[in-house]
Design a protein around this ligand. Structure first.
Ligand SMILES: *Cc1c(COP(=O)(O)O)cnc(C)c1O
Length: 232
């Protein structure tokens, strides 16, 4: 199976999940997570019409950005260090992984230098795993209120990385919980904050995530195949 064939298989499952949930196709964006994978594979999908790609490392995103067409929408989905914000500020479409006010301040500062507004999501650690990045639920409102005051930043929603599970159903409760969080926050009407985007669901559980309200799903392995970290 080619990368394009895999993409089509995933896309069909995405569309079925959208129908099951009684949602609209345009509400859900499938992000092809291309981390560790070569630009040739990305180009194949690009030629197939795909424009949303996800990377988790700044250097890799910048290298691929330089080699590929400029209408690609690059999503940064991995942990971002403050000292690296400057390298991607004019290249990313959406930063999914903002996990502290400090990082948001740096993004704001760099965005102002470029005279632009950068869309971000706040990463929430819903599963409360120590190994995961993200703002704890109990601190979320305070973080949102502080970040909302920063110039050059627009909070568009929330992101979460659910635990790895064998049965996707095990993550349904987590996805539902974060969906409810967005509804609660919307009702609070924080200035400059529209939590209408929800980035959740990966190869193992994206269908459940869609059923529970995901607007961005991040799928790597099911499209590009297993990653081999040793050879990169
Ligand atoms: C790698 C990665 C994904 C994609 O994971 P797959 O299981 O390969 O689909 C999604 N989200 C984040 C944050 C990732 O780092």
């Amino acid at each position: 199976m080619s990368v394009t064939d895999n993409y089509e298989v995933v896309k069909n499952k995405v569309n079925s999940a959208i129908k099951r949930a009684g949602r609209k196709e345009e509400e859900v964006t499938l992000i092809a997570v291309s981390k560790t994978k070569p630009v040739e594979m990305i180009r194949e999908l690009y030629d197939h019409g795909v424009r949303d790609f996800g990377e988790n490392k700044v250097q890799e995103l910048v290298e691929k950005y330089d080699l590929l067409p400029k209408d690609i929408r690059w999503h940064l989905i991995g942990h971002l260090q403050t000292n690296k914000v400057k390298y991607i500020i004019d290249k990313v479409y959406l930063i999914h992984s903002v996990d502290s006010v400090k990082l948001a301040r740096e993004i704001s500062k760099e965005a102002m230098k470029h005279n632009k507004t950068v869309d971000i999501l706040i990463e929430v650690n819903v599963s409360k795993e120590d190994s995961k990045f993200g703002v704890m639920e109990e601190n979320l409102l305070d973080v949102l209120k502080e970040v909302a005051l920063l110039p050059g930043i627009c909070v568009r929603g929330l992101m979460t990385v659910a635990p790895y599970v064998v049965d996707a159903e095990e993550n349904r409760r987590i996805f539902n919980k974060i969906y409810k969080l967005t509804v609660d926050i919307m009702q609070k009407n924080i200035d400059n904050t529209r939590v209408e985007c929800l980035s959740m669901g990966m190869s193992g559980d994206y269908e459940v995530a869609i059923e529970e309200g995901a607007t961005y799903i991040r799928v790597g392995t099911s499209i590009f195949g297993e990653r081999n970290y040793k050879i990169v």
